[in-house]
Write a protein that binds this ligand. Sequence first.
Ligand SMILES: [Zn+2]
Length: 340
Amino acid sequence: MKAFHHPDEAQHAPDFFLMRGRVRANYEVPARAASLREGLSALGITPETPPPAPPAALLSVHTAEYLDFLEHAAAAWAQLPEAGREIVANIHPTPEMLAQSSRRPEHVIARTGAHTADTACPIGPGTWTAAVGAAGCALAAADVAAKGGTAYALCRPPGHHAYAARAGGHCYINNSALAAQRLRAAGAKRVAVLDIDSHHGNGTQGIFWEREDVLTISLHADPSRYYPWYVGFAEEKGAANLNLPQPFGTGDDVWLAALADGIAAIRAFRAEALVVPLGFDASDFEPLAALKVTADGFARAGQAIGALRLPTAICQEGGYNVEILGRLLERFLTGFGEAA
Ligand SMILES: [Zn+2]
């Protein structure tokens, strides 16, 4: 299997993370990529370096205003008196403000509030360069899938919480959405996105909310007590989406049964190509451990998804236990390869 990783991704090395009122170390760190590369190496796979994503591709799922903010915010922030190293919002426009506002935000602080959903997406000097490199990996994987193959994109920062005009939850550019859109542009009439990260793929759902040609499925922990809190519930119905929230503590068998429901939906949709936003934070070994999926569980998930025998772009999303990430990737891809 081909794989892609861009060295520029290491330029995103965030510090800031706010949890339950405490500032602590961010865990979406460059060491994650090193662990995942070890997993690839164990399979004899050396990732290729693709070109960074070109502007036209980014504009296929994001707004021009948002991309301009992401690219230039760090320089504007650095001009502020006593600025910190990273951009973190201290205000977001409320629905009441938006209903009455008459001006587009111009100051970097106002733009930050408008273009970020939460405090979990700090923007540092290297974030834009890293995100564009990661997006290039997703596009390269989609190009392999467009020719009927399967490829893995080692994307970091991840992407599935990013909306068309908003960063959030460690995500800036929605790599999986870019891959799905690229597959549509390459001729696949219907594309399915099967997200198995433990968090709801809210950005991807949002980007394709009104689209009948892209089915977004997300298998994740119950958002009534987990990020992204406001969406990810089973009753949400866009033009083509399916949410499969699972109770906290769900283990392999129940999780895989829900995955089978997602796979059945993909067959019913008659998808011609597949994108898999692949997170490992459903693992039993995660620091947050909302779900209890084992390494065997990820291998079985790989088998089940591979058995669809669809052209597939696999895009890395979350998973934060650096000690075990590579092993989980190795098991998932091995399972996928056995079935495909
Ligand atoms: Zn996640």
